[in-house]
Design a protein. Structure first.
Length: 319
């Protein structure tokens, strides 16, 4: 018997496996909802930030087009007002200007010169994606590329989060734990990160069926189990993925997220918003005219609701 044990021990070898990251103490659903107060309690945001856009049109072949970082001025006010002005770095040339009041939006594409357009539409509108060789034959609109798909309200959802009511009659929620394999800090290292995932569902009719409307991911491997990701669903599919990283301080010392990455795969774009310390004001005064965007440049106006080639059929679902 001793000989067998000795022989077996001689065959044992060390195998490299992903490293399990340590986790924070358990948290209740109520405690996790408290982590969202950073986004649910703020009423107004004014910030200068760096914006990094990615065009996802070639994601199917494993490539993205990443634009150089741009300077952005971001202004938000509840319930759903947003203004975003994008400027080219160094020269300060305006690239785009966009507003939304939660019902309608305006996107002014200003640069490059061959992409200048004034787009208007409704937040609830269903529009076909604008990309070369696909849904529209308008060459000028095709040249506008991914910028023509950007909707300011996609950013509003990331920062002006509505308080969650888990006790609604039609609502159902599930709190679960999920582990994800991801690259570590060292070369060729892999780690296992643990998340709490709060899934919010909405009942369909009077039966037992329900569909997912939102998923909130809380990182158990970071101190305080902060919000790390938010998935927003449309028509039963993930429409927006928002990732949150780091912490900075506003001008009055309040904590705020350092970097937010927003991805709209169906709309073929992603944008990273990097806030700057000392250039962030929370709950300051914001004039109403901040959310008015005229067409002083007399740009060509494209009303998306009046373009039959851009309206998506009501019964259609996105691929």
């Amino acid at each position: 018997m001793l000989a067998i044990v000795a022989l077996t021990s001689a065959c044992v070898r060390s195998v490299k496996v992903p490293r399990q990251l340590a986790v924070d103490p358990p948290a209740t659903t109520a405690q996790l909802l408290g982590r969202l107060k950073l986004f649910t309690d703020v009423s107004r945001i004014q910030a200068v930030a760096t914006l990094r856009f990615r065009d996802l049109r070639d994601a199917g072949i494993g490539r993205n087009k990443e634009y150089p970082g741009a300077d952005g001025t971001l202004v938000l006010s509840r319930p759903a007002n947003i203004r975003l002005l994008i400027k080219a770095p160094f020269v300060g040339k305006r690239v785009a200007d966009m507003v939304s009041d939660g019902t309608k939006f305006t996107v002014k594409v200003l640069y490059p010169e061959d992409k200048r357009k004034y787009l208007i539409g409704t937040n609830a509108g269903r529009y076909r994606r604008v990309e070369s060789g696909m849904q529209t034959a308008d060459p000028a609109l095709q040249r506008a590329g991914a910028l023509a798909n950007i909707r300011p309200q996609h950013l509003t959802a990331a920062f002006l989060m509505a308080p969650l009511d888990l006790e609604t009659a039609d609502g159902v929620y599930v709190l679960d734990e999920e582990r994800r394999l991801e690259p570590g800090l060292k070369k060729d290292e892999q780690v296992i990160r643990t998340f709490y995932v709060l899934t919010l569902l909405e009942r369909t009719g009077n039966g037992a069926e329900a569909h997912v409307v939102r998923r909130l991911w809380f990182d158990r491997c970071k101190t305080g189990t902060p919000l790390a990701r938010q998935d927003l669903y449309e028509d039963g599919r993930v429409a927006t993925t928002i990732r949150y990283e780091g912490t900075i301080r506003s001008e009055d010392g309040r904590p705020w997220v350092d970097r937010v990455a927003i991805e709209r795969v169906d709309d073929l774009y992603a944008v990273d918003v990097l806030f700057a310390e000392g250039a962030l004001t929370l709950d300051g005064e914001v004039p109403d005219e901040a959310f008015t965007l005229g067409n002083d440049e007399n740009l060509e106006v494209i009303d998306l609701d009046k373009r039959a080639d851009l309206l998506e059929p009501a019964a259609a679902t996105r691929p």
